[in-house]
Design a protein around this ligand. Structure first.
Ligand code: NAG
Length: 503
């Protein structure tokens, strides 16, 4: 009788422990799975990219319960604001706010209304407004006042409209690229975030209408500290080189090229080697000399100039080199105009106009430098009639400029940044990475909403990690109790039937 009681108690206890542990483990696992898969409300962020030639609105979304994780912000939509860039409203600032409305309305129709109040809205203006600020501070301020007034009318969390400086623009593009490509942090197979080992950060090259930026992580020291930016992201320190060249965006560079060509002669009839043969036009000097990037004005600013294309790639390249000052560099670690730059290193994403121009010429498929070079030279010799016949859907303005733009990009990358036939293959000409357009906007939103914490994700994930540790503890306990209960049951059965202990 005594024997039976012992047996019952011990085995019973173990079975209860085993069962209870099993149930606890199951609950813990279900809680975690529920956290992972429960549909949760999404959060949204809107960023206006007020570029020099036009404004776009990017609409981003991420799951609310993964607030502080990474790699999960996606771009759900994009809206093009009608008309040209913000700086074109200098004489009519009220309109600068008005034109943003259709895109705001469209964005808010996509976002569920209960999420509107929490939606962060930002507007960042780049080199077009930097140039206007140089010319007229009052007009610049008026434009921002009107824009802010309009955006405050909406029931959203408006966090301001301002001009980003070139260093910020470059850094935020670099953050965007590396965030989208998962080089800061990656999702590991056991459902936590890890810092990827031994990955090279991607460099970023952005070509806008009025400025261009190059940003990368050099392995050596950065000697000119004015080009250095230091961040702490997810518990790791990053030191990057970044420089923004004002007036070296595509539109301003081509304007300066035209001015250089016009200035070479006193005649008011000029030959443009980067325009296709057969193209002729009459332009007013005042339409050329209308930017702070173009310094000295001619006396006859009201005059017209007859421009004729000659489609000569060699002359075109020589003319383009004239808008750079290569002799201002005396050391090897220098790009042009005397600007310090460490040797380019690692892979680069080249986006915005780098991509648009090279995409038109079918040069985004990893072609070698010599192939890119010969395609561009080839394109530059095509005649205007033949071009307009071959590309009837393309705007005349863009078709006219592709040779100049492509030759400008080639000169900037090779003679300026010093890419050679070997490092050229490390450049990816792309519009998107992961699931979003590459540019500074995503980086700006991530930074402004503190979605890239300076400390690592270990703390953020601790909740889930503890849950898993507890679940594993209870699974082990359950299995152990089960394993002990079974032989014990046998031991007692034998002991009690008088056949002595273990069978
Ligand atoms: C990110 O935001 C902080 C303030 O929140 C600011 O000091 C910093 O300059 C921003 N970084 C970039 C690259 O804009």
């Amino acid at each position: 009788m005594q024997c039976r009681n012992h047996k019952g108690l011990a085995v019973g206890c173990l079975i209860v422990i085993s069962a209870v542990s099993g149930v606890i483990a199951l609950i813990l696992i279900l809680v975690d799975i529920k956290n992972m898969y429960q549909p949760s409300p999404n959060k949204y962020g809107l960023v206006f990219d007020a570029g020099s030639s036009h404004t776009s609105l990017y609409i981003y979304q991420w799951p609310a319960h993964k607030e502080n994780d990474t790699g999960i912000v996606s771009q759900i939509s994009m809206c093009e604001v009608p008309g040209s860039g913000l700086s074109s409203y200098a004489d009519n600032p009220a309109q600068a706010g008005e034109v943003l409305k259709p895109c705001m309305d469209q964005a808010l129709s996509i976002i569920p209304s209960q999420q509107h109040r929490e939606t962060t809205v930002l507007l960042g203006a780049t080199a077009g407004m930097r140039l206007l600020r140089l010319q007229n501070e009052t007009q610049t301020q008026q434009i921002f006042d009107k824009v802010s007034k309009t955006l405050r009318l909406y029931p959203v969390h408006f966090q301001g409209a301002r001009i980003l400086d070139g260093t910020e623009e470059g850094s935020l593009g670099w953050i965007t690229v590396n965030y989208l490509l998962g080089t800061f942090i990656q999702h590991s197979y056991i459902n936590n975030w890890i810092h990827p080992q031994g990955v090279q950060m991607f460099g970023a090259m952005d070509l806008g209408g009025a400025s261009t930026q190059i940003t990368f992580h050099p392995s050596g020291d950065i000697q000119d500290k004015s080009t250095e930016m230091v961040f702490r992201l997810y518990g790791f320190d990053y030191t990057i080189y970044t420089h923004s060249y004002l007036c070296y965006g595509q539109d301003q560079a081509l304007k300066r090229l035209l001015v250089h060509i016009i200035k070479k002669t006193s005649s008011r009839s000029v030959k443009h080697p980067c325009y296709p043969k057969g193209y002729t036009a009459n332009i007013t000097l005042s339409s050329v000399y209308n930017s702070p990037c173009v310094l000295t004005m001619p006396d006859d600013i009201g005059a017209n100039v007859a421009v004729e294309g000659t489609g000569d790639p060699s002359e075109c390249q020589m003319a383009i080199k004239n808008i750079f000052n290569f002799s201002a560099c005396s050391t090897k670690s220098c790009s042009f105009n005397g600007i310090y730059q460490p040797p380019v290193e690692g892979e680069f994403y080249a986006f915005s106009a780098f991509y648009y121009t090279f995409n038109f010429l079918n040069l985004t498929y990893g072609q070698s430098l010599s192939m890119a070079n010969s395609s561009i030279w080839n394109f530059c010799t095509r005649e205007w009639n033949e071009l307009t016949d071959s590309f009837p859907g393309e705007s005349r303005k863009r078709l006219l400029d592709y040779c100049s733009s492509a030759m400008y990009i080639l000169t900037l990358l090779v003679d300026g940044y010093k890419f050679d036939s070997r490092t050229w293959n490390n450049i990816r000409f792309a519009k998107q990475a992961g699931n979003a357009d590459v540019g500074w906007t995503l980086g700006y939103m991530l930074n402004m909403t503190n979605r890239i914490p300076s400390e690592g994700p270990c703390l953020l994930k601790a909740h889930y990690y503890n849950l898993w540790v507890a679940a594993i503890f209870f699974i082990v306990l359950s299995v152990m109790a089960g394993l002990v209960a079974a032989p014990l049951h046998c031991y007692f059965r034998n002991a009690c039937s008088g056949q002595g202990g273990w069978p």
